[in-house]
Design a binder for this molecule. Structure first.
Ligand SMILES: [Fe+2]
Length: 296
């Protein structure tokens, strides 16, 4: 998932227990009552899930499966052209289905032998501490709904395409999975909200929107880019800056547009050293030393 609240459609539960997903007026599915009912039902399943119990299975419709087939074929083509070799090889090992939307337990059964990561259901936004903290247990909270069929290559919010084709293909790399686990361990050390937000922003500019130079070309490894049909072709036009943890943790960004500034590593080794190294030592004091702002 993305880490900014406004990107998610809010989910509420009435006193009668009715679950409602509140789509924005610009959402492609907002005027489709069938889609809205579907979103409510899928969110309700995630909300009723208890850790340790069976992951909810979604009976995806033919239309939803068609969206997956279209977007998964398009993104596979773009991945070959624009993604880091580390991701391309991880995706090949993972072997996600192209003909149907995988259930979360199908994603888990493919990921566990590679890196030990499991997928758990999320109705929408998961609080930062819970979302990142779960990485320590190699658990990834994932939404299960899919974008509206009228716009298969566009979504205003993170859907199963982002969670699975973006994050799972990345989490199939032991090198990237180890960085996620360091994020989870860091969250257990951090108590302040400012340091947590700083960590989330470093994650945003690395595991969500990170790019890396490979064989003279800039390629992407961030899940946000890997799952975006449009942005994956545009990131080379961004203002590419060298990795700098202080800048990544304090940069101001707008989640509703293509990212104008991206941080470009020179190699996967550098991502491990600089980004992974930060997460491995991140604490309230370490962040305060970087920002000059003392924890409150
Ligand atoms: Fe994400």
């Amino acid at each position: 998932m993305f880490t900014e609240a406004q990107l998610y459609s809010p989910v509420t539960t009435s006193v009668d227990g009715d679950v409602t997903v509140h789509l924005s007026d610009e959402h492609p599915g907002v005027r489709d009552p069938e889609y809205r009912a579907r979103r409510n039902a899928i969110a309700a399943l995630a909300l009723s899930h208890r850790p340790g119990s069976r992951t909810p299975r979604i009976d995806y419709t033919g239309e939803e499966q068609r969206v997956w087939r279209i977007v998964s074929a398009e993104l596979a083509r773009k991945r070959e052209r624009y993604a880091s070799v580390e991701v391309i090889e991880a995706a090949e090992r993972l072997g996600l289905p192209t003909d149907h939307i995988p259930q979360l337990d199908e994603v888990t059964s493919k990921l566990v032998p590679l890196t030990g990561f499991r997928y758990a259901p999320a109705a929408g936004l998961v609080p930062l501490r819970e979302f990142f903290g779960a990485f320590a247990d190699r658990t990834f909270h994932s939404t299960q709904y899919i974008r509206h069929h009228s716009a298969p290559l566009y979504t205003p919010e993170p859907d199963a395409v982002h969670e699975i084709l973006g994050h799972a293909n990345q989490l199939a790399s032991p090198r990237f999975a180890a960085i996620y686990a360091e994020v989870g361990a860091a969250v257990a050390r951090i108590t302040g909200e400012a340091a947590l937000k700083f960590l989330a922003d470093v994650f945003w500019f690395s595991m969500e929107f990170g790019v890396v130079r490979e064989a003279g070309e800039v390629r992407c490894y961030g899940a946000g880019l890997l799952s975006s049909f449009g942005e994956i072709e545009e990131f080379r036009q961004a203002d590419l800056r060298p990795l700098n943890i202080r800048e990544m943790g304090t940069a101001v960004y707008d989640i509703t547009h293509y990212q104008p500034v991206l941080f470009c590593a020179e190699s996967i080794d550098e991502i491990e050293d600089v980004v992974g190294g930060f997460f491995a030592t991140a604490s309230d004091d370490a962040v305060a030393a970087l920002t000059g702002v003392q924890p409150v």
